[in-house]
Design a protein. Sequence first.
Length: 217
Amino acid sequence: MSMQVSEENEWLSRWREGRIGFHRDAVHPALARFWPTLGAPSGAKVLVPLCGKSLDMRWLAEQGHPVLGIELATDAIEQFLAEGDGEVSRYHAGDFDICRQGSVELWGGDFFHFHIKQAAEVGAFYDRGALIALPQATRQRYAFHLAQLLPPGARGLLISLTRGGDVNVGPPFSVPAEEVRELFEPNFELTHLADGEPEANGFRESVWALKRRGPMA
Ligand SMILES: C[S@@+](CC[C@H](N)C(=O)[O-])C[C@H]1O[C@@H](n2cnc3c(N)ncnc32)[C@H](O)[C@@H]1O
């Protein structure tokens, strides 16, 4: 099942019109602080779902991790490539148009169409701005799909957002700690690492380390 056409169109128009307040001009401090503590093997390929044109992907690549970002909006992918250095190679696999620059591969298409066979080399993940971009019903599918793509033992960093008020309004959506646990605990060991300071928009970040559980005995 893919995402609703209206949701997809809304993301595409946001990118077309430059309504991308979620994009950061610097590497996320929680990534630099906590990634080294996760225990992700050096050289593990990092899956970055709903990646936008995040500079965090370049940081991960600089740490020696090949990166596999998945992003719906061609505009985001083209901007990422134009703002980077190096030749771009382009190819196609399944439902995806893929661009590679250095050790960053960007898969253009719907994350929910990304198949485990295409994730063969993935060994870690990074979610900033992915879970909280999705409405509640889709978040369940997201957590399940992500788990299917990761091998036992895979580590990941999740940066979620919470705020008071109507949790059904978004994106960004508020995803409180209880929901993070409910969504991921069936398939991951979770450690709550930190909470950010309250932001002007009422949101507060919460940072989590995840480890994909092994197969049940
Ligand atoms: C809130 S933004 C976060 C982007 C990035 N992670 C960051 O931190 O800047 C969410 C991104 O997910 C993309 N997106 C939304 N639904 C998607 C889907 N089903 N598959 C792939 N990308 C999707 C949007 O186009 C948007 O760029």
